[in-house]
Every structure is written in structure tokens, then in C-alpha cells.
Design a protein. Sequence first.
Length: 841
Amino acid sequence: MSVSVVKNPTSESVDAALNKPSGSGWIAHKFGGSSLANAERIRTVADIMRGRNDAGQVIVVSAMQGVTDALIELAHAAARNDGYWRHAWNALKKRHEDAARALLGAQARSEQDWLAERFAELADLLHALALLGSPAAEALELIQGLGEIFSSRIVAAHLNANGIEYALLDARDVLVVRHEDLGVAVDWDQSATKLAEWRVRHPQMRVVVSGFVARDVHNRITTLGRNGSDYSGAIFGALFHADEIHIWTDVDGVLSADPRLVPEAVLLPQLSYHEACELAYFGAKVIHPQTMAPAIARNIPVYIRNTFRPELTGTCISSKASIDSAVKGISTIPGLAIVNIEGAGMIGVPGTAQRVFGALRAAKVSVVMISQGSSEHSICCVVQEKQVDIAVHALDEEFIHELARGQLQSINATPSISVLAIVGDGMTGTPGVAARLFGTLARSGVNIRAIAQGASERNISVAIESGDAARALRAAHAGFYLSPQTISIGVVGPGQVGRAFLAQLAQVREHLLRTANLDLRLRAVASSASMLLDDASILPQEWRERLDAQGTPTDLTHFADHVLANHLPHAAIIDCSASSDVAEHYARWIGAGIHIVTPNKHAGSGPLARYKAIRAASSHGTRFRYEATVGAGLPIVQTLRDLLDTGDEIISIEGIFSGTLAYLFNRFDGSVPFSTLVQEARAAGYTEPDPRDDLNGRDVARKLVILAREMGLQMEVADVDVESLVPAELREVDGTEFLERLVEADESFATRFATAQAAGKKLRYVARLNAAGQAHVGLVELPDDHAFAHLRLTDNIVQFTTRRYRDNPLVVQGPGAGPDVTAAGVFADLLRIAATLGARV
Ligand code: ADP
Ligand code: ASP
Ligand code: MG
């Protein structure tokens, strides 16, 4: 694949215009709208600035938060003449007057007069727009920049009231820019000259400047583009030969991702200019993409800092490349569309890509990303969604002949696209970064529409559907260990095993977060009657109380939708019910990308058609795991899978799969009647409430079917030859009667025991399966030295006879029942899934 990325230029030759030695003592500070939202915040800003002993201090300010938006809306409202604008104009005026009054005390009068005049002028302008019926581009430029004119005046007046003299510089008086294809370029010569003239009249060592605004080469008022005050900060930093540029905002610095989308994002203490450019270009709103250019040209370090935590140093952006981790940050740009140009006619035809760009450039469509298949059969560009019609139209015109001749098959657009980019200097020469990104996205079910890698190898960007963007961002963030791998978890059926699982989760959650980079977030619990859903997370130690207090009637479809949170990369449902109805949902859940972990045997041993549907539903690595269905926490299913996956052949599987029956026959030595043992076992909690559910052998048959299917055999429970230990005449009676009348069977059990004993053998309830699919479950006599004859208590045992383990079978043995060990088996399955998702378990 040949790929490239289009982006704004990053360096300009300011050195020529500003040829002075560094170490001037000037520091440039830029404050964003969030730092200037109201009088109180402006006071905080002033305190920080007065508290510094910068030899020279140039403070570049944004408009008060939200004011630029409000001004733009005001201009449009006036042009529509819908009557709303007067109200909005008043609100904006009042907001500034209030701030001035709160900040300026005695001095407020003159500032209020000044504000009143400016707002009157604004009203005149708006009237004119109302008459014109459309906001002329020039008027819009002028109006949208007024917020900075107002705020800089208020900030300067407030700073001046305290003895230190601050000069106020209206950036429109000195900054001259040109609007070019790739952004706003500074006319350094003119700007430096004008500034030098201004400095003659204003020699103060502290200056407040309006950000965002400028003039073009025709002396018309203009702006640097939305969010452009950061760029102003860097431009004035360069014009004043500043030693440092500090951009003050409302976060601790540049974070590894947008904190509104990835709350776990971490602060990046160091970034290279290039990394910062890439992150900004790909949507990290914290810095305007063009900010770096003036800083790079003069090698001025840029600090991104938090106004509300001035004690922190924030992020330092400099020429130093730090390659401590391959990927530093991840960002996304929403609101895009893909334009795809396809056709065999492009193959080997030079200049097609140039024509595509030429046409788009002529139509003033900016291209965020392009990617071309190595087959040259298609070119894909990503553009702003709002420009997509213009783009398609421009390309239709450009390629009108090729389309008519069929050399190009189609030019089509896909809306609702976002671009996600991973950025880091350390990616250069680190193999596997792209593979990890693609794997991570695939595992969280995100479909990649187009890929581009910057020639610098400092970024890889992918176009994805906007609906997937939040999930993709979090998945990638976790995939590169920038935040823990998060799995949204829902537990169905908090019975004994479910409760034990939740207790284990409560116990190890923190530990896994710290050591394994794994965040298991319990977000839903459902019993058969009620369910509890939480958007954030349910503390596993609190689920019970909260389910009782806040539960709503169980609806498993709604439950699954909730677990499959779009903003979390992965989802898993732990089904600890013993319900076939729940298993009915599996195929759909898995198809939707929810991993399933369960000790419920119904899916594995229920109707074959359903089992196959569940298996078939598993795409992009969604897992269905059920180790705990056989032998509780013992690694039986996994062992079988490993044998098969490594190419071994199963000859037979034999085992004791019922803890209850193991216990009964371990104890049955003829001294106590069989029925008494059953009663005792029931009292000790070793049997089902109705012991016939153990004695009938069905449960063992189910486990055998699960193993058989794992081997690829198409088996149903009905195919297993099962010997039930429940006497025929006691199968239909009720539970109490059964327990009372089980004595009737004692004689027959005693006889079987005596016969076996006479032959030097032991009675054991054994399951057997061979490669031909013959399956038998029942009571057998085993030699005294057989492995199955020496089990402890409720131990399970399974013996795999395989081609490799022919003479000496592979044996797995241990406790095969009990909520704790079963839950541990479930947990181990979940961790195995987490490992495939990139957790360090
Ligand atoms: P200001 O008003 O100071 O210019 P902005 O709102 O323009 O502030 O930018 C700061 C905001 O950028 C933060 O509050 C944060 O929500 C957002 N943001 C997006 N991506 C990032 C990132 N990678 N690191 C830090 N902040 C980010
Ligand atoms: N006030 C302008 C805007 O909102 C510039 C800025 O704040 O950076 O876009
Ligand atoms: Mg900003």
C-alpha cells in the first residue's frame, strides 16, 4: 500500500525577519477562553501573571469562553433578521459589563463607556446585516474577532489597576497575515516592522494582546481560524523573541487522548514539536495545529499548562524527540466523509492522484487524509463531511470523460466518518505498531475503511465509522498501554457461582488494574427477576444491596445492549445461570461482539443446531468460553483444546465428572446403605436439592457431550448411552417420596458392591468417549490400582488417551465442584480473553 498524509506546513522562515539573539527575557503567555470565562477566572489569571517575575511578559488572550460562538451566531441571526439577535446582543453586552464591573471597581466607568460604544457599533453593524440579509464574509470576520478585543481590554484594565503597567496591543494594528491554501501565513516582515513602530510608543515590559485577530495584506480585518489564539500566542512569542511560550488552558497539559472521550488519558510531560503538530492536526483541540510553526522556526519551547493548577509544569513541547514509548497520543477528527474514486482505468496512469488533488484544491476542499491501494485501482480521500458534495461534484467534472468511457467506474461518498491517528516519534523503526493498531481495532469490532501512514512514520491514521470512534479511541488507547484494557462486564444469574465470581472480582479488581493493566468494569447484574444497570460501574462488593434497592425487571436484550457500551472497547457477559433460556441469547450476543463466559452447560450440550449457531456467530475474535462447565475450575476443556490445536489425536477420554457420584462411590464400602449415604451427601450440600439430578447421570452425559463437540464430534445428549442410578419406579415420584423410598434400591447397590469386591474391584461412575463418537456413562468395576479408584472426596478426574499420550495417558485431577472453584474457572476464562485483548495477565 502506498500512502501519504496531507498536512499544513510546519515551519516558516521567521528567523530572517526576527534576527535577534535569544535570551531576551520575554515570556509569552496565552490564555484560552476557558481561563477567562468570568471575572473570577480572569482574577486568577491576573494573579498568576503578576506573581511571575518575567523580565518581559506578553499576554495573549482569547475571547471569554463561548463568546466567539455567540458572536458568530449573532451575525447569522441578524442576517436572518429573526428578532432573536437583539436579545443575544443584550446578553453578550451584559456578560462583558458584569465582568468589567466585578473586576475594575472604581475604574469601571471609563471601561463601561468604552464597552457601551463598542457594543453600539456592533449593533449598527448587525442592523446593516439585517438589511443586507446575509452576513458578508468581511463583516463576519470582523464580528467574530470582537470577543478578543473586549476581553483583552478588560484583562489589561484589571492588571493595570494594581500598580504594574500593562500596555494593550490590538493585534489588528500589527499582525499581518495571508490566507493560503494550507492555512494562515504570517507576513513576518510587515508584522515585525509594525510591532517595532508600536513599541516606540509603548515601551512597557508587560503587554496584553488580543489573540485570534489580525489584518490581511489588503488591510482588512481578519482572524486566524477557530481556536486560533494558540497560534497568536506563538506568533507574538516569536515577534517578541520570547524565550518560552506558555499556553494556559483548563487541562494539565497535552494528554494521551481527549479526556472527554478517554477519561483515563494520561499527561504527556514531553512532546517533540512534530508529535504536537501531528496530535493537533488530527484533532487534539488543546492546541491549534499551526501553533508550532513559529516556535519551531525559533526553537522556542512551548508549555501547555493548567490555569487552575499553576503549580504544575504541564507539557513541554520542544525540539527534543523523546522516544520512551512508541505511541504517545491518539486523537480523532469527527465529521468527515470518504470519497472513493474507483476504476481499472487508473492503473498505471500517471498523474491521477495529482488531478484528484488539483480538482479538490480548486474547489477549496481540504483533504484530511488520502490512501491509495497499491493496485492503483482506487484512491480514497477523506474530506470534511460538509464539503463532500462539493468534492464529489468537482471530481465528477474533472473525470467526466473517464467516467463516460468507463475507465473510472465510480466516484462515491461515505458520510459519518472519523479519522483516528496514533502519534509518536518512537514509532519510527518500532516494528509491529501498525499490526497492533489494526489487531486492537479488529478485536473491538471496529471496521477500518482506509489507512494512511505519514512518510515520517510518526503517525498512522485510519478512517472509521463515526459511530465506532469513541470505542476505537479507547481500545487503541488501552491497546498501546496508555490506559488499562477495559472490559464492560455483565453478570447473569447471581446464584452460588455468580456470587462467588463477584466476590472474587471484588477481591482482585484493584490488583488487576495495577499489575495487569486490566479494568474489569462490572456494569450490569441480572437475576431471573430483576437487573441493575450502571453507566459507570457497580462496585462488586455493593451489587447485592443495589440490586435489591434499585433493580428493575429483567430484560436480557436491554441488559446486553447496556453491557455492549459503545464507548467501551470490549464487553463480556458472564452467564452463571443454569438456564437454557439465557443460552438462547448467546448467538445474538456473540454476533454483536459480546464475549460469553459461562459455567452453564445448556449451550455446550443443548441442541446441536443452537451450539453451531453460537459457534458460527463468533466473528472478529469474539469468544465463547465455558471451561467451568466440565470439572469446575480444572483445566479440562483448555487441555483438550491445546492437545487438538497442537496436532495430537484423541483416542479416548475417560473420567469421573460428577463430584457427587465421586463422593458417593468413594464412601460406599458396604458398611452403610447407599440410601443413607445419599441422605448424608444431600445434607452436606454435595448433591442437587433433588439428588436424582445427580444420580440419573444426565449431568455427566452433558459434560461428555461438551468434550465430544470440542473434539469436533456432532453429538447430542441423546447419543450418549447413560446408565441412570435412579430406579425406574422412582423416576416419576415426587422428591420427598423419592428420598423416602430410595431404601428400596439399597439391596441392588449392595449386591453390585459385593460382586465387585469379590473380584478385587471398585465401583465407579465413569464417563467414556472414543474418537468414533461412542459415548457411555455408567457404573463400572475398576481394578483396585486404577487411577479412578483413588480419588479424594468430590474430586473429578479425566484421562486423555491420545496418540502422544498413548501408553501413559494425560490426567487432570482435582476438586471438580463447589462455587469457589467453579467461579475461579469462570474467572480464568475471562482473564484468558483479556489476555487476547492485550491485558498483561
Ligand atoms: P482553551 O479555551 O484554553 O483554548 P480548548 O477548549 O480550546 O481550551 O482546549 C482545551 C480542551 O481540549 C481540553 O479541555 C480538552 O477537553 C480538549 N482536548 C482534546 N484533546 C486533548 C488532549 N489530547 N489533551 C488535552 N486536552 C485535549
Ligand atoms: N476565540 C476564538 C475561538 O473561539 C479563538 C480561540 O479561542 O482560540 O475560536
Ligand atoms: Mg483552544
